[in-house]
Write a protein that binds this ligand. Structure first.
Ligand code: BG6
Length: 800
């Protein structure tokens, strides 16, 4: 054999052999076989997103030399499972630019590689493991790894984990990755427990806790954006320039259909503790030198968690959409009186105690049944500029008077797609041009107060679903897109004290959708947050914190021959509200509607508040609200009885507007003019709508002079006769009034008279002794013809 003479030739030869060897090794690496086991393969999440994500993984990676098999697993029988999976696989979609024939071919390949199998016992897992090994051997492949995706409820975790660990781990040299879906605990203690349990089966590096928000394209872009725009952001990303950060997820859907989960968790655990907190840390963390190092990212995140200032009760506002408790009662078969305290809306103010963010408010907000579906992070910069020229001369990329903001627009909303927006007066951002493109102009579209043209706006060239992205990140071992045990526990350390302190808090009820109006608006100052609209004065405790009907220290007695209920004010109001609700429910059951006539004045205000906040089962949709009397002032006047009703009850409950019957005291721009026949009009409305003109319930008060409704002593009208509604005169301002007459009141099925306070003590004693003398004391004329009269007096009025 002849050898080349020159050393250089030898070198060349050795080098080429090495390259060939490396290529060989590389090829071997690439030829690795990956088994994906989807647990809960027939469930909702799997059907909606996970199978599609796995298909995408196959499309992206199979061409690069990897081989795959997909094992859908569940507890369902093989036959049923196969049927479901076949349907799901049929409905998969290919990327937009794939020709139909090619798509069919790809789907067919994927179907060939996918199977359904029942996984229940340790033997089932062992059999799966054996199957995988046999396949790998038969095909001459090398096993690269196994992914187990847990799309199952957390109570099933431990068993599955045990089975995988004992019977289905891949052999040496191949990796194991398990993807887990939230909830990861309920508070710090339960999260710790679950983590310890999982830790006994898997190593930290093997676990991929999924927060699908980390897979949303815009969220995944926050760190790269900060990195690629370091130069521009370095001077801006701190308390010196940032005015506030808003992290928002608004939803229009409600929790109907999943109350069994939602009742346990509520909005803070469901969304704020995970999705919004993850985003918060991405915005707030110090930027590692190398943002592609998972380890560095996770460590910096952890530091951000540690800098979060502890939350207090006052750091949050809570709401609950009105239909929620009813949904819970229906779906979870709870008794009629059950009221949930679970918040479906929360706003929380977060501060970060470090040099960068000291003093900058981070507002986290999320809710169900809101007016729109949109998620975003908005960083609003401080602006001390003062421009002298009028706005029409402002140039969007120069004027310092225009708002300066960066918005990571996660999705939906007016824009309808994910995007990164940067005010033109800040800087032109740099985004990877292969995957992000400028958003085409949309004249007329305004976002955060400014036309779209005021922003540099970029959106992904190809929109991708979060789960597809995360599945790909699992495959590529991108741990920074997942929640480590340390980060998870740090998040729970932060949230648990607040959750504990809010456990008995009564959320503000909101009607849902556009009707919420300004009800949920909130504002912050210092460390706390409060609803902007006057909080309902909690004169009475809400459900849960207050007494239950059986706790009432109520005294039952007789007053003027009729039943008397007496208690301390709070209990009295709660009892009256309960009785009204019971009457309402009964009336609606029997007649399909409930006609309630309410008086004005100060005593009923606490009652209105109680009805507004604590009576979730009240059939408002079938309730007609009438006024027992009214002052002759415009309805919007603070003195108007209707205004009191509006402020303390109507704006908080959902009564159809055609069921609300204010007294027509203001017709033709005049107040209670005889010629306008307002009293007759009201009487006619009553006759037309209320069967027999017999209200189901009339609520009255008693004045210190013995007046009731607006029927005053010596009144020439309304004490007897045919008239149902009358104009009267009051000795107090405003003098002119409109009132139901005594004969009409006495037609009611039930009359409740509410008397509260020391001031009423004297008249209460007097009236207890007098006979039927309505001319002197109109209240003494209240005696329903065939209905029932009940007196509700607090101890101060009754006992002095
Ligand atoms: C889930 C919550 O994690 O996120 C749901 O459990 C919520 O309550 C959902 O509706 C919102 O996700 P997306 O992707 O629709 O914004």
């Amino acid at each position: 054999m002849k050898y080349p003479r020159h050393a250089g030739v030898w070198k060349m030869l050795t080098a080429s052999v090495c390259v060939a060897l490396l290529a060989c090794l590389h090829a071997q690496e690439l030829r690795g076989h990956i088994s994906v086991i989807l647990l809960g393969a027939t469930g909702d999440l799997a059907r909606k997103y996970l199978w599609q994500g796995l298909f995408q993984l196959y499309l992206d990676e199979a061409g690069k030399g990897h081989s795959f098999r997909f094992h859908g697993a569940a507890l369902t029988t093989t036959e049923q499972g196969q049927e479901v999976i076949a349907k799901v696989l049929e409905s998969l979609s290919c990327p937009r630019d794939t020709a139909p024939a090619r798509c069919a071919e790809l789907k067919d390949q994927f179907q060939q590689l996918s199977e359904y199998r029942r996984l229940k016992t340790a033997e089932d897992y062992l059999a799966l493991s054996k199957d995988i090994e046999a396949w790998v051997q038969r095909e001459g492949l090398r096993e690269a790894g196994r992914v187990f995706y847990f799309s199952v409820p957390p109570f099933a975790y431990a068993d599955i984990a045990r089975n995988i660990n004992s019977s289905c781990r891949p052999g040496p040299g191949a990796w194991l990755r398990v993807a887990l879906e939230k909830p990861f605990g309920h508070d710090h203690r339960s999260a710790q427990q679950l983590a310890t349990e999982l830790g006994s089966f898997f190593q930290e590096d093997e676990m991929y806790r999924v927060d699908h928000y980390l897979g949303k394209q815009v969220v995944a872009q926050i760190l790269p954006f900060r990195d690629q725009n370091r130069e521009a952001l370095d001077g801006l990303w701190s308390r010196h320039h940032v005015d506030r950060v808003e992290i928002i997820m608004k939803e229009t859907v409600d929790a109907g259909g999943r109350t069994s989960f939602y009742e346990e968790y509520g909005v803070i655990r469901d969304v704020l503790q995970n999705h919004l907190t993850e985003i918060l840390t991405l915005v707030a963390m110090e930027l590692p030198r190398n943002v592609s190092s998972s380890e560095a990212v996770l460590q910096h995140k952890l530091q951000a968690f540690r800098a979060l200032r502890g939350l207090q009760k006052g750091s949050a506002v809570l709401g609950q959409y009105q239909a929620y408790s009813e949904q819970v009662r229906r779906e979870l078969q709870k008794p009629d009186g059950f009221h949930s305290l679970t918040p479906t809306f929360a706003g929380v103010l977060v501060h970060i105690d470090n040099l960068r963010w000291e003093g900058v408010p981070f507002i986290l907000m999320s809710g169900k049944a809101l007016d729109e579906r949109v998620s975003y992070v908005r960083i609003l910069f401080k602006n001390q500029a003062c421009c002298v020229q009028s706005e029409k001369h402002w140039v969007p990329d120069q004027s310092r008077c225009l708002p300066q903001q960066i918005v990571f627009y996660i999705g939906h909303g007016e824009l309808g797609s994910p995007a990164v927006l940067v005010s033109r007066n800040l800087f032109r951002p740099s985004l990877p041009s292969a995957s992000w493109q400028e958003v085409a102009g949309r004249p007329g579209l305004h976002l955060f107060g400014r036309p779209l043209s005021d922003y540099y706006a970029y959106s992904p060239v190809r929109e991708q679903d979060a789960y597809s992205i995360l599945i790909s990140h699992i495959f590529h071992h991108r741990k920074d897109s997942f929640i480590t045990t340390e980060n998870l526990l740090a998040s729970w350390v932060f949230w648990t004290p607040l959750l504990d302190s809010l456990a008995h808090e009564v959320p503000r009820l909101y009607p849902g959708g556009a009707e919420n109006g300004r009800l949920l608006d909130f504002e912050f100052s210092g460390n706390s947050l409060a609803f902007s609209q006057q909080p309902l004065e909690q004169l009475v405790p809400g459900p849960g914190s207050g007494p239950t009907p059986s706790d009432f220290q109520v005294l039952r007695a007789k007053y003027r021959e009729s039943p008397l209920i007496s208690a301390w004010p709070e209990e009295l109001i709660a009892k009256l509200a309960d009785d009204i609700e019971a009457t309402a429910v009964q009336a609606v059951r029997r007649f399909g509607k409930f006609h309630l006539a309410l008086s004005g004045g100060s005593s009923p205000i606490a009652l209105f508040q109680q009805l507004a906040t604590g009576h979730y089962g009240f059939p408002w949709a079938h309730t007609h609200l009438w006024l027992a009397d009214e002052r002759c002032v415009p309805l919007w006047d603070p003195e108007s009885n209707f205004q009191g009703l509006q402020a303390h009850l109507l704006q908080h409950v959902r009564v159809p507007y055609y069921n609300i019957h204010p007294m027509p005291v203001h017709l033709r721009q005049r107040l209670c003019a005889e010629e306008d026949r307002g009293a007759q009009v009201y009487a006619e409305e009553i006759s037309a709508l209320v069967a027999n003109s017999s209200f189901d319930l009339v609520l009255l008060g008693m004045g210190t002079d013995g007046h009731t409704a607006s029927l005053f002593p010596q009144s020439p009208t309304g004490l007897d006769g045919e008239q149902l509604v009358v104009l009267t005169k009051s000795p107090f301002r405003p003098y002119q009034r409109m009132s139901l007459s005594l004969p009409l009141i006495n037609r009611a099925r039930k009359v409740a008279v509410l008397v509260m306070g020391k001031m009423k003590r004297e008249i209460a004693v007097l009236v207890s002794r007098v006979g039927h003398e309505p001319r002197k004391w109109p209240i003494s004329g209240v005696l329903p013809d065939s209905g029932q009269l009940v007196w509700y007096m607090d101890y101060e009025a009754f006992l002095g």
